[in-house]
Design a protein around this ligand. Structure first.
Ligand code: NAP
Length: 173
């Protein structure tokens, strides 16, 4: 789960080392992409170009409040059109959720980082991918051509790990 049943990010999932890992990863990316209810909320967030998914607009439109943000509705424009409109050319994009957004890019990730906090149960929560918990995130990623690497311990006291999942073949078109 990446959020509880109300859609909130619960304190039980907040792990300082995981937040630092996430922030370092985003600092290495050129842009972020997320659904309208997600945001990384970091010091450098305002400097980051971003695509924000929403059905409230027909295709692609510039945010009136943030000159670096574009709203994108995938049913009205392709990802390639939205990416071109962002104007970054060949660059690194970090997809940061939530559920439906993580699911949309399963065939395209070069790498997906899966963090796990053991011992936390969030019944009815928002899953990392749409088909969880019917299937495990690992089974879903494997089916989409990703292979799990070695887990890295982020917080030994709480047993929190992050595992990179890398694409075995060329990304899907
Ligand atoms: N632990 C983690 O790694 C992690 C990651 C991400 C989020 N979260 C948490 O999860 C919660 C938010 O979850 P959420 O599922 O509501 O996420 P979300 O993806 O941020 O927001 C959902 C909204 O995004 C838009 N959207 C999503 N898919 C779309 C599509 N295919 N086409 C067009 N628009 C689309 C829709 O906006 P409109 O309503 O405007 O149409 C939808 O209501 C937050 O508490 C956040 O902190 C946790």
């Amino acid at each position: 789960m990446l959020a509880d049943a109300s859609g909130a990010f619960p304190p039980a999932l907040k792990v300082e080392a995981d937040q630092r890992f996430f922030e370092r990863g985003l600092d290495a990316a050129d842009a972020v992409l997320h659904g309208r209810n997600s945001h990384e909320r970091q010091m450098r967030s305002a400097l980051r170009p971003r695509l924000v998914l929403t059905r409230r607009i027909p295709a692609i439109s510039r945010s009136a409040r943030n000159s670096l943000a574009l709203f994108w509705n995938p049913s009205g424009a392709s990802f390639e059109d939205a990416w071109d409109a962002l104007g970054l050319g060949a660059a690194t994009l970090a997809v940061i959720g939530g559920t439906e957004v993580f699911g949309m890019f399963l065939d395209r990730y070069d790498r997906f980082y899966l963090s796990r906090v053991p011992g936390v149960r969030l019944p009815g929560g928002r899953p990392v991918f749409p088909d969880v918990p019917r299937r495990t995130p690992e089974a879903i990623m494997a089916e989409h051509g990703l292979a799990g690497g070695d887990p890295q311990m982020l917080d030994a006291r709480r047993g929190v790990t992050v595992t990179p999942w890398d694409r075995k073949t060329a990304p899907g078109i």
